[in-house]
Ligand binder design. Structure first.
Ligand SMILES: [Zn+2]
Length: 119
């Protein structure tokens, strides 16, 4: 998603959230992978997602470098098991894999402490 679309999304408010500082408590790091937690806007389902650092989390380099503030990022479509509406997540991480910006269409990123789905 480009800058303009991003801006529009932000003007509309809704599910976007961002900030330059690390947002603590949104991830669990198990060494090989990172867990993130999402809430479906439509049905309220909580979904947790494991992201392998070696394959699913991409480093921003080359041309990608300009596209976002993170050192790492993911762009992923997640489908829950309740209403099947796809959540489109774009999340930026700093070099320590802390979330610094996130945008989730049809949902939102939630802190680990809010997650109430299956463990
Ligand atoms: Zn849902």
């Amino acid at each position: 998603m480009g800058f303009l679309a991003d801006l529009l999304q932000r003007l509309k408010g809704g599910s976007s959230q961002s900030g330059p500082r690390p947002q603590v408590g949104f991830t669990t790091d198990d060494g090989q992978a990172l867990w993130i937690y999402l809430e479906c806007e439509n049905c309220g389902e909580h979904i947790k997602l494991r992201l392998r650092k070696t394959s699913e989390i991409q480093r921003r380099e080359g041309l990608d470098r300009e596209e976002g503030p993170g050192e790492f990022f993911i762009r992923k479509t997640i489908i829950g098991s309740r209403c099947y509406r796809p959540l489109e997540a774009e999340i930026e991480f700093d070099r320590r894999y802390q979330v610094i910006a996130s945008k989730v269409k049809n949902g939102r990123l939630i802190p680990r402490s809010e997650y109430k789905g299956e463990q």
